[in-house]
Design a protein around this ligand. Structure first.
Ligand code: ATP
Length: 248
């Protein structure tokens, strides 16, 4: 399990996270949702080791990793796909994916489950020798996911993967994430602004506001909560029922 315990972190003199607790098991998808600037990406970056932990703990399969580098966490199975994909545009799809293997050292040296990656990402089979920079945004996001999976993560952190994608490509992306869960034993933390879609896909969810978790539970319960309906889903409480008899 990946655990965050009372995590505090931020930038410069400003703390953004004020004591966040979170758990991610293998083989579950957990969504982190909330408004712009709530601290979702800061949480993902802190978990991945890209931002230092100011206090609290991060525990990766019973080992405290809060002081470890992002590279060390990746070698221990915690890999993040950053916002904006960050592929090497001049390298081929295959070369980009291979970088994901070599980045984790010994961990990536087992024979690649090429068939598994190919099943999840048809793009790999079709376009593996094309330069990544020539692919569409949706295809590049698939390559970024495949590169991360090539490092054999036990836990995968996805920071706003739908950013910049059309609704149709976002649907494809979420289908791809569902396929990852079917094929591989990896826990997925999905940081998303597309609250409705993220909650429809996830098993559990956390709602973050101003650097604190204000609600957590099964994704269905979170989606049904009046606060989430009102603030993010435009549902109950935001409009009166328009037809049908009034309740007695
Ligand atoms: P969004 O969906 O808009 O990215 P978010 O919930 O992911 O929102 P964060 O990106 O974690 O929010 O930002 C939380 C706070 O930290 C915001 O007030 C933001 O301005 C601030 N912040 C983010 N990145 C930096 C940075 N590199 N330096 C200073 N402050 C930052």
């Amino acid at each position: 399990m990946l655990e965050a315990r009372d995590v505090v972190s931020g930038y410069g003199s400003v703390s953004v996270l004020h004591g966040v607790d979170l758990e991610l098991d293998r083989e579950e998808i957990v969504a982190v949702v909330g408004a712009n600037g709530a601290g979702k990406s800061t949480l993902a970056r802190t978990l991945a080791g890209l931002l230092p932990l100011r206090s609290g703990n991060i525990i990766l399969d019973d080992t405290q990793v809060g002081a470890s580098s992002s590279h060390s966490r990746a070698r221990h199975g915690l890999i993040m796909v950053p916002e904006g994909r960050r592929l090497f545009a001049g390298l081929t799809v295959r070369e980009n994916i291979n970088l994901g293997r070599s980045a984790v050292g010994k961990r990536g040296s087992d024979p690649e489950p090429a068939d598994v990656l190919g099943d999840i990402f048809p793009i790999i089979k079709e376009r593996e020798n094309q330069r990544a920079g020539l692919l569409s945004g949706g295809e590049q996001q698939q390559v970024a996911l495949a590169r991360a999976l090539a490092g054999r993560p036990r836990y995968l952190l996805l920071d706003e993967p739908s950013l910049g994608l059309s609704p149709a490509l976002t649907t494809q992306l979420f289908e791809t994430i569902a396929r990852i869960r079917e094929h591989l034993p990896v826990g997925i933390l999905l940081v998303e602004q597309m609250v409705d879609r993220a909650l429809a896909l996830a098993d559990r969810a956390y709602v973050v506001e101003r650097g604190r978790v204000v609600l957590s539970g099964t994704a269905a319960d979170v989606a049904a909560s009046p606060e989430v309906q009102r603030a993010y889903l435009g549902g109950a409480g935001s409009a009166p029922a328009s037809d049908g008899p009034a309740a007695p």
